[in-house]
Design a protein around this ligand. Structure first.
Ligand code: MTE
Length: 321
Protein backbone atom coordinates (compact mmCIF):
# COMPACT_ATOMS: atom_id res chain seq x y z
CA UNK A 1 0.00 0.00 0.00
CA UNK A 2 1.14 3.52 -0.66
CA UNK A 3 0.25 6.38 1.56
CA UNK A 4 3.28 8.53 0.97
CA UNK A 5 3.25 11.71 -1.08
CA UNK A 6 4.80 11.57 -4.58
CA UNK A 7 8.57 11.47 -4.27
CA UNK A 8 8.34 9.56 -0.99
CA UNK A 9 7.93 6.04 -2.47
CA UNK A 10 10.05 3.26 -1.15
CA UNK A 11 11.70 1.08 -3.76
CA UNK A 12 9.71 -1.98 -2.74
CA UNK A 13 6.42 -0.15 -3.26
CA UNK A 14 6.83 0.45 -6.95
CA UNK A 15 9.21 -2.23 -8.18
CA UNK A 16 8.35 -5.71 -9.48
CA UNK A 17 9.22 -8.43 -6.98
CA UNK A 18 11.87 -10.07 -9.16
CA UNK A 19 13.80 -6.84 -9.63
CA UNK A 20 13.35 -5.95 -5.99
CA UNK A 21 14.65 -9.28 -4.71
CA UNK A 22 17.55 -9.22 -7.17
CA UNK A 23 18.46 -5.75 -5.90
CA UNK A 24 18.28 -6.95 -2.28
CA UNK A 25 20.53 -9.89 -3.10
CA UNK A 26 22.92 -7.50 -4.77
CA UNK A 27 22.97 -5.26 -1.71
CA UNK A 28 23.47 -8.24 0.60
CA UNK A 29 26.26 -9.70 -1.51
CA UNK A 30 27.89 -6.31 -1.87
CA UNK A 31 27.89 -6.01 1.91
CA UNK A 32 29.15 -9.58 2.28
CA UNK A 33 25.95 -10.87 3.89
CA UNK A 34 24.97 -13.43 1.27
CA UNK A 35 28.36 -14.40 -0.04
CA UNK A 36 29.37 -17.92 0.92
CA UNK A 37 32.88 -19.10 1.83
CA UNK A 38 33.77 -19.67 -1.82
CA UNK A 39 32.44 -16.27 -2.71
CA UNK A 40 29.36 -17.67 -4.51
CA UNK A 41 25.99 -15.98 -4.09
CA UNK A 42 24.03 -17.71 -1.33
CA UNK A 43 20.24 -17.63 -0.87
CA UNK A 44 19.38 -14.88 1.62
CA UNK A 45 19.19 -16.62 5.05
CA UNK A 46 15.61 -15.55 5.78
CA UNK A 47 14.42 -16.95 2.42
CA UNK A 48 16.24 -20.23 2.93
CA UNK A 49 14.65 -20.69 6.35
CA UNK A 50 11.20 -19.97 5.04
CA UNK A 51 11.24 -22.47 2.21
CA UNK A 52 11.95 -25.23 4.69
CA UNK A 53 9.15 -24.22 7.03
CA UNK A 54 5.78 -25.57 5.92
CA UNK A 55 2.46 -25.52 7.74
CA UNK A 56 0.28 -28.35 8.98
CA UNK A 57 -1.90 -30.22 6.44
CA UNK A 58 -5.62 -29.56 6.73
CA UNK A 59 -7.68 -32.75 6.42
CA UNK A 60 -10.72 -33.24 4.19
CA UNK A 61 -10.20 -30.30 1.83
CA UNK A 62 -12.47 -30.59 -1.24
CA UNK A 63 -11.82 -28.77 -4.52
CA UNK A 64 -14.41 -26.08 -5.25
CA UNK A 65 -16.14 -25.54 -8.61
CA UNK A 66 -15.69 -21.80 -7.97
CA UNK A 67 -11.92 -22.05 -8.44
CA UNK A 68 -10.25 -20.54 -11.49
CA UNK A 69 -9.06 -23.43 -13.67
CA UNK A 70 -7.27 -21.63 -16.45
CA UNK A 71 -4.42 -19.92 -14.63
CA UNK A 72 -1.07 -20.95 -13.27
CA UNK A 73 -1.02 -20.99 -9.48
CA UNK A 74 1.80 -18.96 -7.90
CA UNK A 75 4.46 -20.78 -5.90
CA UNK A 76 4.26 -21.19 -2.12
CA UNK A 77 7.29 -18.91 -1.83
CA UNK A 78 5.70 -16.18 -3.98
CA UNK A 79 2.58 -16.25 -1.83
CA UNK A 80 4.30 -16.35 1.55
CA UNK A 81 7.31 -14.08 1.14
CA UNK A 82 5.87 -11.06 -0.68
CA UNK A 83 3.20 -9.77 1.68
CA UNK A 84 1.50 -6.74 3.13
CA UNK A 85 0.85 -7.03 6.87
CA UNK A 86 1.66 -3.64 8.30
CA UNK A 87 1.47 -4.81 11.91
CA UNK A 88 4.77 -6.57 11.18
CA UNK A 89 6.51 -4.04 8.93
CA UNK A 90 5.91 -1.98 5.84
CA UNK A 91 8.26 -3.74 3.41
CA UNK A 92 7.07 -6.74 1.42
CA UNK A 93 9.54 -9.10 3.09
CA UNK A 94 8.87 -7.91 6.65
CA UNK A 95 5.77 -10.06 7.39
CA UNK A 96 7.59 -13.32 6.52
CA UNK A 97 10.48 -12.32 8.72
CA UNK A 98 8.54 -10.92 11.68
CA UNK A 99 5.05 -12.43 11.87
CA UNK A 100 6.03 -16.08 12.54
CA UNK A 101 7.76 -15.30 15.83
CA UNK A 102 5.42 -12.61 17.04
CA UNK A 103 1.88 -13.52 16.00
CA UNK A 104 0.44 -15.90 18.60
CA UNK A 105 -2.48 -17.76 17.03
CA UNK A 106 -3.28 -20.48 19.57
CA UNK A 107 -5.36 -19.88 21.68
CA UNK A 108 -7.50 -17.68 19.44
CA UNK A 109 -10.92 -16.13 19.99
CA UNK A 110 -13.13 -14.93 17.15
CA UNK A 111 -16.31 -13.18 18.26
CA UNK A 112 -19.29 -12.71 15.92
CA UNK A 113 -21.71 -10.17 17.38
CA UNK A 114 -23.74 -7.02 16.82
CA UNK A 115 -27.05 -7.22 14.96
CA UNK A 116 -27.38 -10.98 15.41
CA UNK A 117 -29.82 -13.27 17.16
CA UNK A 118 -27.15 -15.72 18.30
CA UNK A 119 -23.81 -14.23 19.27
CA UNK A 120 -20.95 -16.67 18.66
CA UNK A 121 -17.48 -17.16 20.08
CA UNK A 122 -15.13 -19.45 18.22
CA UNK A 123 -11.94 -20.90 19.67
CA UNK A 124 -8.91 -21.87 17.62
CA UNK A 125 -10.07 -25.42 16.77
CA UNK A 126 -13.60 -24.21 15.94
CA UNK A 127 -12.16 -22.16 13.08
CA UNK A 128 -11.59 -25.37 11.10
CA UNK A 129 -15.12 -26.67 11.61
CA UNK A 130 -17.33 -23.75 10.49
CA UNK A 131 -18.21 -25.65 7.29
CA UNK A 132 -16.53 -28.30 5.08
CA UNK A 133 -13.16 -26.95 3.95
CA UNK A 134 -12.83 -26.10 0.27
CA UNK A 135 -9.88 -25.28 -1.90
CA UNK A 136 -10.61 -22.03 -3.73
CA UNK A 137 -8.04 -21.05 -6.32
CA UNK A 138 -8.52 -17.32 -6.77
CA UNK A 139 -6.89 -14.54 -8.77
CA UNK A 140 -5.94 -11.78 -6.33
CA UNK A 141 -5.24 -8.20 -7.49
CA UNK A 142 -3.42 -5.74 -5.27
CA UNK A 143 -4.11 -2.00 -5.53
CA UNK A 144 -0.37 -1.61 -6.16
CA UNK A 145 -0.96 -3.22 -9.59
CA UNK A 146 0.52 -6.65 -9.02
CA UNK A 147 -1.47 -9.87 -8.95
CA UNK A 148 -1.14 -13.43 -7.80
CA UNK A 149 -3.08 -16.73 -8.00
CA UNK A 150 -3.56 -18.40 -4.63
CA UNK A 151 -4.94 -21.85 -3.71
CA UNK A 152 -6.78 -20.76 -0.56
CA UNK A 153 -8.42 -23.20 1.83
CA UNK A 154 -11.52 -21.77 3.40
CA UNK A 155 -15.25 -21.73 3.95
CA UNK A 156 -17.91 -19.39 2.58
CA UNK A 157 -18.28 -16.46 4.98
CA UNK A 158 -22.04 -16.92 4.52
CA UNK A 159 -21.82 -20.24 6.44
CA UNK A 160 -20.66 -18.40 9.55
CA UNK A 161 -23.07 -15.48 9.12
CA UNK A 162 -26.05 -17.84 8.78
CA UNK A 163 -25.16 -19.45 12.11
CA UNK A 164 -25.53 -16.14 13.99
CA UNK A 165 -28.85 -15.25 12.31
CA UNK A 166 -28.47 -11.57 11.36
CA UNK A 167 -31.36 -9.32 12.48
CA UNK A 168 -33.27 -7.16 9.99
CA UNK A 169 -31.09 -4.20 11.02
CA UNK A 170 -27.87 -5.87 9.83
CA UNK A 171 -26.80 -4.14 6.60
CA UNK A 172 -23.00 -4.32 6.78
CA UNK A 173 -20.31 -6.56 8.24
CA UNK A 174 -17.38 -5.01 10.13
CA UNK A 175 -14.12 -6.91 10.65
CA UNK A 176 -11.29 -6.28 13.09
CA UNK A 177 -7.77 -7.74 13.24
CA UNK A 178 -5.85 -8.71 16.32
CA UNK A 179 -3.68 -5.91 17.67
CA UNK A 180 -1.04 -6.60 20.30
CA UNK A 181 1.06 -3.68 21.38
CA UNK A 182 4.70 -4.63 21.84
CA UNK A 183 4.49 -7.55 19.41
CA UNK A 184 3.41 -5.38 16.49
CA UNK A 185 4.38 -2.01 15.05
CA UNK A 186 2.86 1.11 16.56
CA UNK A 187 0.45 3.06 14.34
CA UNK A 188 2.96 5.91 14.05
CA UNK A 189 5.56 3.48 12.71
CA UNK A 190 3.22 1.80 10.24
CA UNK A 191 1.44 4.94 9.04
CA UNK A 192 -2.05 3.45 9.51
CA UNK A 193 -4.38 3.13 12.51
CA UNK A 194 -4.51 -0.15 14.45
CA UNK A 195 -6.35 -2.39 14.93
CA UNK A 196 -6.74 -2.89 11.17
CA UNK A 197 -10.44 -2.78 10.28
CA UNK A 198 -12.46 -3.53 7.13
CA UNK A 199 -16.05 -3.81 6.05
CA UNK A 200 -18.39 -5.29 3.46
CA UNK A 201 -22.03 -4.73 2.61
CA UNK A 202 -24.07 -7.70 3.87
CA UNK A 203 -24.86 -8.92 0.34
CA UNK A 204 -21.15 -8.83 -0.57
CA UNK A 205 -20.34 -10.75 2.60
CA UNK A 206 -23.00 -13.37 1.80
CA UNK A 207 -21.83 -13.80 -1.82
CA UNK A 208 -20.64 -17.37 -2.50
CA UNK A 209 -17.20 -16.13 -3.69
CA UNK A 210 -16.47 -14.45 -0.33
CA UNK A 211 -14.55 -16.77 1.95
CA UNK A 212 -12.90 -16.91 5.31
CA UNK A 213 -9.55 -18.52 4.60
CA UNK A 214 -7.86 -20.77 7.15
CA UNK A 215 -5.20 -22.21 4.86
CA UNK A 216 -3.35 -22.21 1.57
CA UNK A 217 -1.73 -24.98 -0.46
CA UNK A 218 -3.74 -27.46 1.65
CA UNK A 219 -2.02 -26.34 4.85
CA UNK A 220 -2.82 -24.05 7.76
CA UNK A 221 -2.28 -20.38 6.93
CA UNK A 222 1.22 -19.14 7.61
CA UNK A 223 1.30 -16.19 10.04
CA UNK A 224 2.38 -13.70 7.38
CA UNK A 225 -0.73 -14.48 5.30
CA UNK A 226 -3.10 -13.77 8.19
CA UNK A 227 -3.23 -16.87 10.40
CA UNK A 228 -5.37 -18.33 11.73
CA UNK A 229 -8.29 -16.80 9.80
CA UNK A 230 -8.57 -14.01 7.21
CA UNK A 231 -11.01 -12.61 4.70
CA UNK A 232 -10.68 -13.21 0.93
CA UNK A 233 -12.86 -11.26 -1.53
CA UNK A 234 -11.42 -11.96 -4.98
CA UNK A 235 -13.16 -9.16 -6.94
CA UNK A 236 -11.83 -6.44 -4.62
CA UNK A 237 -8.34 -5.02 -4.18
CA UNK A 238 -6.23 -7.10 -1.81
CA UNK A 239 -6.38 -4.70 1.10
CA UNK A 240 -10.02 -5.70 1.74
CA UNK A 241 -8.63 -9.13 2.73
CA UNK A 242 -8.23 -8.35 6.43
CA UNK A 243 -5.92 -10.74 8.27
CA UNK A 244 -5.92 -12.44 11.67
CA UNK A 245 -9.54 -11.57 12.44
CA UNK A 246 -10.70 -11.47 16.07
CA UNK A 247 -14.03 -9.69 15.73
CA UNK A 248 -16.87 -9.68 13.21
CA UNK A 249 -19.76 -7.28 13.90
CA UNK A 250 -23.00 -7.07 11.97
CA UNK A 251 -23.97 -3.42 11.86
CA UNK A 252 -26.55 -1.01 10.47
CA UNK A 253 -24.19 1.59 8.94
CA UNK A 254 -21.15 1.48 6.69
CA UNK A 255 -18.24 0.55 8.96
CA UNK A 256 -14.77 2.17 8.85
CA UNK A 257 -12.03 0.65 6.67
CA UNK A 258 -8.35 1.18 7.47
CA UNK A 259 -7.04 2.49 4.13
CA UNK A 260 -10.10 4.66 3.65
CA UNK A 261 -9.41 6.23 7.08
CA UNK A 262 -5.73 6.70 6.17
CA UNK A 263 -6.45 8.36 2.83
CA UNK A 264 -10.07 8.61 1.66
CA UNK A 265 -9.11 10.31 -1.61
CA UNK A 266 -7.13 7.24 -2.67
CA UNK A 267 -9.01 4.32 -1.12
CA UNK A 268 -12.79 3.99 -1.13
CA UNK A 269 -15.07 1.70 0.85
CA UNK A 270 -15.97 -0.58 -2.07
CA UNK A 271 -12.50 -1.00 -3.60
CA UNK A 272 -13.76 -3.17 -6.45
CA UNK A 273 -11.05 -3.95 -8.99
CA UNK A 274 -11.77 -1.51 -11.82
CA UNK A 275 -9.33 -0.94 -14.70
CA UNK A 276 -11.30 2.19 -15.66
CA UNK A 277 -10.80 4.03 -12.39
CA UNK A 278 -7.16 4.92 -11.87
CA UNK A 279 -5.67 5.34 -8.46
CA UNK A 280 -4.92 9.09 -8.17
CA UNK A 281 -1.19 8.35 -8.53
CA UNK A 282 -1.04 5.45 -10.99
CA UNK A 283 -3.04 3.51 -13.58
CA UNK A 284 -5.11 0.45 -12.75
CA UNK A 285 -5.45 -0.59 -16.42
CA UNK A 286 -2.81 -3.31 -16.20
CA UNK A 287 -1.02 -5.43 -13.64
CA UNK A 288 2.11 -7.52 -13.23
CA UNK A 289 1.48 -11.13 -12.23
CA UNK A 290 4.19 -12.24 -9.78
CA UNK A 291 6.57 -14.51 -11.71
CA UNK A 292 5.73 -13.05 -15.13
CA UNK A 293 7.59 -10.44 -17.12
CA UNK A 294 4.90 -8.93 -19.36
CA UNK A 295 2.04 -6.96 -17.88
CA UNK A 296 -1.52 -8.23 -18.16
CA UNK A 297 -4.64 -6.19 -18.74
CA UNK A 298 -6.63 -5.84 -15.55
CA UNK A 299 -10.16 -7.17 -15.83
CA UNK A 300 -13.30 -5.57 -14.43
CA UNK A 301 -14.01 -7.01 -10.99
CA UNK A 302 -10.73 -8.91 -11.40
CA UNK A 303 -12.42 -11.25 -13.89
CA UNK A 304 -15.35 -12.09 -11.60
CA UNK A 305 -17.84 -9.70 -13.30
CA UNK A 306 -20.25 -12.45 -14.36
CA UNK A 307 -20.68 -13.47 -10.75
CA UNK A 308 -20.66 -10.11 -8.96
CA UNK A 309 -21.54 -7.21 -11.31
CA UNK A 310 -25.24 -7.50 -10.39
CA UNK A 311 -24.41 -6.51 -6.79
CA UNK A 312 -23.64 -3.01 -8.07
CA UNK A 313 -26.45 -2.39 -10.56
CA UNK A 314 -27.37 1.30 -10.65
CA UNK A 315 -24.28 2.42 -8.74
CA UNK A 316 -21.81 4.91 -10.23
CA UNK A 317 -18.60 2.89 -9.82
CA UNK A 318 -16.47 5.94 -10.70
CA UNK A 319 -17.74 7.74 -7.63
CA UNK A 320 -18.27 4.76 -5.37
CA UNK A 321 -14.81 3.25 -5.88
N1 MTE B 1 -4.67 -7.15 7.21
C1 MTE B 1 -4.04 -6.61 8.26
N2 MTE B 1 -4.47 -6.91 9.49
N3 MTE B 1 -2.98 -5.78 8.12
C2 MTE B 1 -2.52 -5.41 6.88
O1 MTE B 1 -1.56 -4.63 6.78
N4 MTE B 1 -2.75 -5.66 4.45
C3 MTE B 1 -3.75 -5.83 3.40
C4 MTE B 1 -4.48 -7.17 3.50
N5 MTE B 1 -4.85 -7.45 4.88
C5 MTE B 1 -3.16 -5.96 5.74
C6 MTE B 1 -4.23 -6.86 5.95
C7 MTE B 1 -3.16 -5.69 2.08
S1 MTE B 1 -2.66 -4.12 1.66
C8 MTE B 1 -3.04 -6.72 1.22
S2 MTE B 1 -2.52 -6.47 -0.40
C9 MTE B 1 -3.35 -8.10 1.63
O2 MTE B 1 -3.64 -8.19 3.01
C10 MTE B 1 -2.15 -8.99 1.31
O3 MTE B 1 -2.43 -10.33 1.60
P1 MTE B 1 -1.27 -11.42 1.38
O4 MTE B 1 -0.11 -10.95 2.15
O5 MTE B 1 -1.81 -12.73 1.85
O6 MTE B 1 -0.98 -11.42 -0.10
Amino acid sequence: MLIRKPGEFRYSDVTPREVYLRRREFIRSASGLAVGAAGALAVPPWLAGLSAQRGQKLPGVKPSPLSTRDEKVNSYDDITTYNNFYEFGTDKDDPAKNAPGRLKTNPWKLTVEGEVTKKLELGYEDLFTIAPLEERIYRMRCVEAWSIVVPWVGVPLSALLKKVEPTSKAKYVAFESLYERGRMLRSEEAGIDFPYVEGLRLDEAMHPLTILAVGLYGEKLPEQNGAPVRLVVPWKYGFKGIKSIVRIRLVEREPPATWNIANSREYGFYSNVNPEVDHPRWSQASERRLGEFFRRKTQMFNGYADQVASLYTGMDLRKLY
